[in-house]
Design a protein around this ligand. Structure first.
Ligand SMILES: N[C@@H](CCC(=O)N[C@@H](CS)C(=O)NCC(=O)O)C(=O)O
Length: 194
């Protein structure tokens, strides 16, 4: 199995999740500007979408889209998911909220849009983070143990720090807890983020 990732990209969530799950995997960095992988391949040969994350499974199947990759990992390592009749639904609900509302809201920062657009985006991001903060019932996003949704949110926290976006204190504290985990430190170290 091989993860194609880029430093500080949303693929960091999958990187952390694979390490947390103790899965055996290779990893290869992708330059998102040139679309070249570290071994000189064009990422478009691996995934026609030309972006990360892309997870190539042992049978050659390629899984893309963060929600799908994280759900796949949680399916194989249920400790990173959520128990109960609505467990998977709640997990997908959180992952989708992060992907389609929070991740997407960072676009004005990545594309260096106007000050007004960035201010509006920062307000949206803070409001969405507050939604999570108001509903946390344990040390982590969905309870007492970290799920793959925490790792995706963690990447959003790093982005918020990078762009100076204010986020609720409870979510900052969640990020601090996550950043002390061995898997998080290893993934960040490999990606050159420490
Ligand atoms: N819909 C994709 C989007 C993934 C995505 O936004 N990847 C970014 C990094 S965070 C990327 O590779 N961007 C480079 C590009 O689109 O050219 C998903 O949810 O996984």
């Amino acid at each position: 199995m091989k993860l194609y990732y880029a430093p500080l990209a949303c693929s960091l969530a999958d990187h952390i999740a694979l390490l947390e799950a103790g899965m055996q995997f290779e990893r290869e960095q992708v330059d998102l500007r040139t679309k070249r992988t570290a071994t000189g391949r064009d990422i478009t040969e691996i995934t026609g979408k030309s972006y990360v994350p892309a997870l190539v499974l042992d049978d050659g199947e390629v899984v893309t889209e963060n929600i799908a990759v994280l759900d796949w990992i949680a399916g194989r390592y249920p400790a990173l998911g959520l128990e109960g009749p609505l467990g998977r639904t709640r997990l997908l609900e959180a992952l989708t909220f992060i992907s389609t509302e929070i991740h997407r809201a960072f676009k004005p920062f990545w594309h260096n849009r106007s000050v007004a657009e960035k201010a509006h985006a920062a307000e949206t991001i803070n409001r969405h983070m507050q939604y999570f903060s108001d509903r946390m019932r344990g040390d982590y996003l969905l309870g007492d143990h970290p799920s793959v949704a925490d790792f995706y949110l963690f990447v959003m926290l790093l982005w918020a720090q990078r762009f100076g976006v204010t986020i609720p204190e409870e979510i900052v504290a969640l990020g601090d807890r996550l950043s002390r985990r061995a898997a998080v430190r290893e993934a960040m170290s490999v990606e050159g983020l420490l």
